[in-house]
Design a protein around this ligand. Structure first.
Ligand SMILES: *Cc1c(COP(=O)(O)O)cnc(C)c1O
Length: 215
């Protein structure tokens, strides 16, 4: 446990003011989450709804749970009562469902819109060119219980650091051209968070650097 705290502290020591670390605890047991909270790290990220809900039930309400992975519409209801931030919103249908479930819970749900910045087929998200037009066409108009805080993206999984840096910079440019109320740009994982921070990330999602490789 002390080791996790040291790794968390080492990462945080390198983050500029205003950049938040989300510790990605997916696949690790509840005890790992509890130990992380004991280190004072309250932002935890999960990518599967069932696992997130089980862990949230086991831990106290002080944890800020981040749903970081692809979210299926039919699972929104399970996290809607409490989830802090939904990172990977990638369709109007999902936005509408989040709005509906947030309203049922008397909440305004903070979300990030996922943008597809990688040169890989399988990653989710809006095409960079399609996002601002969708927003301008009123995509959010009838959704009073959703508050978009910014954007999220994942770079290509490659050793080509210049390419990763380019993808992150492109996302930062898109973010800067978006709503002036946006304050969160979620980009950067274990392998590339330094590049993401250099490109202007405000939120990094780091798992294996803190906890070791997932089994
Ligand atoms: C698993 C995951 C991470 C963390 O990945 P690491 O490489 O272990 O840091 C970040 N973001 C998303 C969306 C993930 O699914």
């Amino acid at each position: 446990m002390a080791e996790w705290c040291e790794r968390i502290e080492a990462i945080k020591a390198q983050l500029p003011e205003g950049v938040t670390l989300v510790a990605v605890t997916k696949t690790h047991p509840v005890s790992t989450c509890a130990g992380t909270v004991d280190c004072g790290q309250l932002d935890l990220g999960e990518n599967r709804v069932q696992e997130l809900v089980e862990k949230a039930e086991a831990l106290g309400p002080e944890v800020r749970w981040h749903q970081i992975g692809h979210l299926q519409t039919n699972k929104v209801k399970y996290i809607a009562p409490f989830v802090h931030l939904i990172h990977a919103v990638d369709s109007e249908r999902l936005l509408a469902e989040i709005d509906k479930q947030a309203a049922r819970n008397g909440r305004v749900q903070d979300v990030l819109l996922q943008v597809h910045i990688a040169q890989e087929e399988h990653k989710f998200g809006w095409a960079p060119d399609a996002l601002l037009p969708a927003l301008e066409s009123g995509m959010l108009d009838a959704l009073p219980n959703v508050r978009v805080r910014g954007l999220m993206g994942m770079a290509t999984f490659t050793d080509d650091r210049a390419q990763v840096a380019r993808e992150f910079s492109g996302l930062r440019t898109l973010f800067d051209g978006g709503d002036s109320a946006w304050d969160t740009l979620s980009m950067g994982m274990s392998g590339d968070w330094q590049l993401a921070v250099e490109a202007g990330s405000t939120m990094i999602r780091v798992g294996s650097t803190i906890y070791g490789a997932r089994g």
